[in-house]
Design a protein around this ligand. Structure first.
Ligand code: SER
Length: 913
């Protein structure tokens, strides 16, 4: 029995943005604080919110308050406290627990939300959970008890009786529901779970479906489930068994947005103090759109999604094409797409970032730091997507139309893939939009289309490696393997012994001939590492009957390892007979190549770790290439890495190289590897037993690649490039060993050459170059001065030689300059010095020769002749294009030869006047 708090739960009212009295009285901040205070007084340890990215790397997001505590239920002795309470930030978007599709349809679902929870780890159970939930609801918060309904799991008589007898709730307000409603968990595929009992608030018949049968469990908006009391009693094992827990516990979760809605007595969750400012900000960013039911729902979705985005970004999750980043991208694109029908073509979401930080920043101060970054990233993502949305939208309508014409009820997978690949519409978004049109999406076809595209790029890769002779590993479309004749055991699996050995004897298994000069063989065992985990396949040779044949690549197909032989001058078209007669072969990996590759692989692990140390734990591998000649590492990180950080990373790696740390391998159960803190790739499927590569205390990573024995063998490590590959993904390219030394030598040689040419020591290069640049500037200036002096002299000559035609001076001037601005200056110079005069200037040297015409102020004032009018006259006569102002106009001419005829034309024109 844990009773009730002795003191009346009293909380200093935090500041509120409330616009009504009830909003002020029951602000979200007050509700969160009073919840924690209530349970604190009942001996609960108040635990701060864990991050949205859970410790368990196989979970997408923290989707419930119990996630940080989940191991305590199966082993309460490991819990540092028997009771806990928290306000946990949660994200339910993507993965098993997703509410994403409901957001912007219902008025009560969110992707990001806050869950208030009290927890017992083998301590109190049902009675106390029900007692306190009732007491807090009715006596502290004063929710009208006549409007509270509850549900219990269909055969949970104990809970039913507690509500009916102990609390005294009329039995007609206690509803028994089945497994889909009242059995919770586990999070992930295995873990604790149990029956639950839920508290509902009846908002009244007006708000719902108006059916007589409407009760908790109905899909409509009338009964709002606000508090879920879970009674974790079982552990769902991998085999699908519900094993009873040694001691049951309690896990409750209440949606802060929902309880705020109930107590603030507003229209819905989106009009509470948590959301109202966000809605206002979204609308302010979209002026001039007429309100409608559809638009208001789209505003709700935008407000929800921008809040989720800001929180995720503040934890270093960035939009990308897979894993958590993909969910962010989906959220953003969904929000933008929902506004598309209202003609929104400009980024707007970032306009609500300030509102999110203002509303939530009090309880989550880390948001302030990420305000500017969040705006930048959101705007960039919006712009990116908006650049294709129009075409994507049209394509979608086309696809929907064609599905209708075919009388098909689904969108073809390859169309959905084009929508994603070309126009950036995530599959799930297309599926949602298809539902509105009464269609589904062929998801299997989508995956096939995606796989086909991967295959194309794989083929490209193999074609490159075999000099165009081999188009990549077979996928059924190619010739099947056949057994090498006469070989007794043709096991399909190949044993890989290449971690320890570089050469071995083996027996041939099967073969095929995919192309001219190329033969592929499998063997019963091999030392050749098959391409995988970013590391290229080994190369080397196979010796068959004293003939040495190049192996240019190796890859895995099913359980077998395929060796790609570049076999020129083969005797027979079908090598089967020859192979059958010589089935015992020797396989040999090229030692130098393997060793160079291992340097880069071990170097990659050091780099990964150093990046996390220097930039932060959000750095996660997004891809890598480990080849003999270089390494490339892609990772999640939003901005470019400064020179200082880059050099710290490089130094840290080289420090580990100099420390000559030992590299060891171990096969361990996956769970243990993760518990020991080994780095794993998010979204990767791992087996039960995994290989962990450890570099002493420096790094631990799940990895199947081939490595060095000591880091000292790397010799040297140097970063050569740092670039962006996609939004939120950076790429580092680096060299190790001989390649690194070669790189240093090359840079030093280049430097020495420069120093020699500039006749300074290398250390003085920068100073010398700057001095040369300054000198160059000064010379340029001087030269310009000279030019204009000279030009002024020439112009004065031209003025002197002016012809007087009926009281108007005609000045002509051919300039040597190609610079239009200089020609204009010359024009001004002449104009200032003419009384009633016209000047024709020609820039003959320019790529596009022009004739400039100026008319003096007095001529213009007298409205006799203007430069523009003259330009048009000349243009009409010579079919040239041009025009300008009264004082100055210009004409493009075909060549400097045209200047003289133009001058004659103007002369006669002036004479005729
Ligand atoms: N874990 C349960 C839920 O998410 C109760 O906290 O609803």
């Amino acid at each position: 029995m844990i009773g009730r708090p002795k003191k009346k739960t009293k909380v200093d009212k935090p500041p509120t943005r409330g616009t009504t009295d009830r909003m002020k009285q029951y602000s979200a901040e007050y509700l969160a604080e009073s919840f924690l205070e209530y349970y604190r007084q009942l001996g609960h340890t108040v635990v701060a919110s864990a991050p949205l990215v859970p410790e368990d790397p196989t979970l997408l997001f923290t989707a419930a308050g119990m996630v940080p505590f989940k191991s305590y239920y199966s082993d309460p002795t490991s819990a540092p406290y028997a009771r806990a309470a928290s306000v946990q930030k949660c994200l339910r978007a993507g993965g098993k627990q997703s509410d994403l599709e409901n957001v912007g349809r219902t008025l009560r679902h969110h992707t990001f939300f806050e869950m208030l929870g009290n927890f017992s780890f083998g301590d109190y159970f049902k009675k106390e959970a029900i007692d306190t939930a009732w007491d807090l609801s009715v006596n502290v918060w004063k929710i009208d008890k006549k409007r509270i309904w509850v549900s219990v799991y269909e055969d949970d008589d104990e809970a039913h009786e507690l509500w009916a007898k102990r609390i005294g709730l009329p039995t007609k307000r206690i509803v028994r529901l089945g497994k889909s409603d009242n059995f919770w968990g586990p999070v992930g595929d295995t873990g604790v779970c149990g029956p639950s009992s839920e508290l509902y608030f009846d908002t009244g018949a007006k708000r719902g479906c108006a059916r007589d049968s409407c009760r908790p469990g109905c899909d409509c908006e009338r009964f709002i489930e606000y508090w879920n009391l879970v009674f974790p009693q079982f552990f769902l094992s991998e085999g699908g068994d519900y094993d009873p827990l040694p001691k049951p516990g309690i896990d409750t979760g209440m949606g802060l947005e929902r309880v705020a809605f109930i107590l603030q007595r507003v229209e819905d969750n989106f009009h509470t103090d948590l959301f109202l400012p966000l809605r206002t900000a979204v609308k302010n960013a979209l002026p001039g759109i007429k309100s409608s039911e559809h638009f208001e729902l789209a505003v709700n979705a935008a407000a929800d999604h921008v809040r989720a985005l800001v929180f995720a970004l503040s934890e270093g999750i960035y939009p990308s094409n897979d894993g958590r980043g993909y969910v962010l991208r989906r959220l953003l694109r969904r929000a933008v797409t929902k506004m598309h029908p209202f003609g929104v073509k400009k980024p707007f979401l970032s306009g609500a970032v300030d509102a999110v930080v203002d509303v939530m920043g009090g309880r989550y101060p880390e948001l302030h730091q990420h305000r500017a970054g969040a705006k930048q990233i959101i705007t960039a993502e919006e712009e990116h997507f908006l650049s294709t949305i129009e075409q994507g939208w049209n394509k979608l309508q086309e696809v929907i139309e064609s599905s209708r014409k075919r009388e098909s009820r689904s969108i073809a997978g390859k169309d959905a893939f084009v929508l994603y690949d070309t126009y950036g519409f995530p599959l799930e978004l297309t599926a949602e939009l298809a539902v509105d049109a009464g269609l589904t999406v062929d998801e299997k076809g989508y995956r096939v289309a995606m796989e086909e595209q991967r295959e194309r790029s794989r083929k490209h890769y193999y074609a490159t490696r075999t000099g165009g002779k081999r188009a990549g590993p077979g996928r059924g479309a190619e010739k099947p393997f056949v057994d090498v004749p006469g070989v007794a055991t043709t096991a399909e699996d190949t044993e890989f012994i290449g971690y320890e050995e570089l050469a071995c004897e083996a027996t041939l298994g099967r073969y095929r001939v995919p192309g001219e000069d190329v033969v592929e063989i499998t063997t019963d065992r091999t030392v050749f590492y098959p391409v995988g985990g970013g590391q290229v396949g080994d190369s080397g040779s196979v010796i068959i009957d004293d003939e040495r044949i190049d192996v240019v690549d190796a890859f895995r197909e099913g359980g077998g390892i395929v060796h790609v032989l570049h076999w020129q001058n083969r005797r027979d078209d079908d090598p089967g007979k020859f192979l059958g007669a010589n089935a015992a072969v020797r396989l040999q990996v090229d030692r130098e190549v393997r060793f160079a590759t291992a340097r880069n692989h071990t170097g990659t692990h050091l780099l990964h770790k150093a990046l996390r140390e220097v930039l932060g734990d959000h750095v996660a591998q997004a891809g890598s290439l480990v080849a003999p000649g270089r390494l490339r590492f892609d990772f999640k990180h939003f901005r470019a890495i400064g020179a200082d950080d880059l050099s710290r990373v490089e130094q840290m790696v080289n420090g580990a190289v100099l420390d000559d740390l030992a590299v060891t391998y171990e096969d361990v159960p996956y769970r243990q590897a993760i518990a020991d803190g080994a780095m794993a790739l998010f979204g990767e499927k791992y087996g039960d037993i995994v290989r962990v590569v450890s570099i002493e205390d420096f790094s631990r990573e799940l990895c199947g690649g081939t490595h060095l024995k000591h880091t000292g063998e790397i010799g040297a490590f140097v970063i050569t490039h740092e670039t962006a590959v996609a939004a939120g993904v950076r790429r580092i390219e680096a060299l190790t060993g001989r390649a690194a030394l070669g790189y240093f030598r090359k840079v030093l040689d280049e430097q020495a050459k420069l120093a020699l040419a500039l006749k300074v020591s290398p250390g003085d290069l920068e100073r010398r170059i700057r001095a040369l640049q300054d000198e160059n500037e000064a010379l340029k200036k001087k030269l310009e001065e000279r030019h204009s002096e000279q030009a002024a002299g020439e112009l004065d000559d031209a003025l002197e030689k002016a012809q007087d035609i009926g009281g108007i001076a005609l000045v002509t001037f051919r300039s040597g300059t190609a610079d239009l601005a200089a020609l204009r200056r010359s024009g001004d110079h002449l104009r200032d010095r003419m009384d009633r005069g016209v000047a024709l200037l020609c820039a003959g040297e320019a790529k596009k020769p022009i004739v400039l015409i100026v008319a003096s102020d007095r001529l213009v004032k007298e409205k006799e002749i203007t430069a523009n009018r003259l330009a048009r006259l000349i243009g009409a006569e010579f079919s040239l294009r041009g025009g300008g102002k009264d004082h100055m106009a210009q004409l493009g001419v075909r060549g400097p030869d045209e200047f003289d005829p133009i001058v004659s034309f103007v002369q006669s024109w002036l004479r005729e006047r």
